[in-house]
Design a protein around this ligand. Structure first.
Ligand code: ATP
Length: 302
């Protein structure tokens, strides 16, 4: 196998609780993540290593194509763990459709797709668990992005417990287009908490309500139990509030910021409602996308 095409799906956080800063510099998180049909496509081709082990091209100019690209880091992690490359290199073409630095884990999705592609290309047949360990070495959301669907994620993101997947519910995503630096949002949350003297608020009841809603496929129990601790720390707060108001005013059942933002997702109950909500959000948001929940993650395409 000398090439592969992989679909890399974005995620939203239906719930994100940020705990304390750990000694290793990461925050302890607990999150319910949901994969979306919105995806990048990655094309891989094995080369000889004369041009270097990795070469990346991307249609989106904001994405780095050197060692900072999470695809590059995934190739390194795979090679360190398996030694599979030998005298080979790989060319990766990223067709990016997931907005960048938007809280949708686009880079992590691409890294997960890379692990899946290399496993196929080098015909190693590695287990999901083994790929999951490599994923955790590359970045926090990569382990989730491998399997996608609906999952409860803990630790710094490497512990992934898959949940009963939700049906393909419609989602409208919108963003005012500001790029957000995840590390800075976490730092601001720490500052806000240090100033107020309050630690992470308890949200066990909300999480339990959400998990019960997911188990029962009951959206009536899901809508009121969405929460993101990072909403209070985003530097894009004004835009996030505006987008949430517009979404709810146009009939969305619930609206929340995803990850470290600034993307807001609105849950809508059908395509007609999706069209109405997207219409209104698009009036103020430079980026508006209608998509739906997916029960998959990084997926090989023949
Ligand atoms: P998360 O929700 O995981 O924090 P995000 O959706 O906010 O991620 P990404 O789209 O993954 O953010 O991009 C964050 C930064 O990572 C970008 O500014 C970019 O410089 C860098 N990056 C590295 N590799 C990639 C990639 N393959 N795709 C997009 N961005 C990448």
């Amino acid at each position: 196998m000398l090439g592969a095409k992989v679909v890399a799906r974005a995620k939203i956080n239906l719930f994100l609780r940020v705990g304390d800063l750990r000694d290793d510099g990461f925050h302890e998180i607990r999150s319910v993540m949901q994969a979306l049909e919105l995806s990048d496509e990655l094309y891989f081709r094995v080369t000889d290593a004369r041009g270097g082990r990795v070469a990346i091209r991307c249609n989106e100019e904001d994405v780095p194509v050197g060692p900072d690209n999470l695809v590059w880091r995934a190739v390194d992690a795979f090679d360190v763990e398996t030694g599979a490359f030998g005298a080979n290199g790989v060319q990766v073409l990223i067709n990016k459709r997931i907005p960048v630095a938007a809280g949708l884990a686009g880079g992590s999705a691409d890294a997960a797709a890379t692990l899946v592609a290399l496993n196929r290309i080098f015909e190693l047949d590695l287990t999901h668990e083994r790929l999951g360990r490599m994923a955790a070495m590359v970045g926090s959301d990569v382990a989730f992005c491998l399997g996608g669907g609906t999952a409860l994620v803990s630790g710094r993101g490497e512990e992934v417990e898959r949940l009963e997947p939700l049906p393909p519910f419609h989602v409208v995503l919108a963003s005012m287009g500001q790029a957000v630096f995840t590390a800075e949002v976490y730092r601001r949350l720490d500052e806000i908490r240090a100033e107020s003297g309050a630690g992470a608020e308890s949200s066990d009841g909300i999480l339990e309500g959400l998990l019960a809603g997911i188990r029962g496929h009951s959206f009536e129990d899901i809508y009121p139990n969405l929460r993101n601790d990072l909403e209070s720390a985003t530097m894009a707060a004004e835009g996030v509030e505006q987008l949430k108001e517009v979404a709810l005013g146009a009939g969305a059942r619930a609206a929340l910021m995803s990850g470290s933002g600034p993307t807001v997702f609105a849950l809508v109950s059908g395509i007609e409602e999706a069209a109405e909500v997207a219409w209104e959000m698009e009036k103020i948001a430079p980026i508006t996308i209608v998509t739906s929940f997916s029960d998959r993650g990084a997926e090989l395409k023949d």
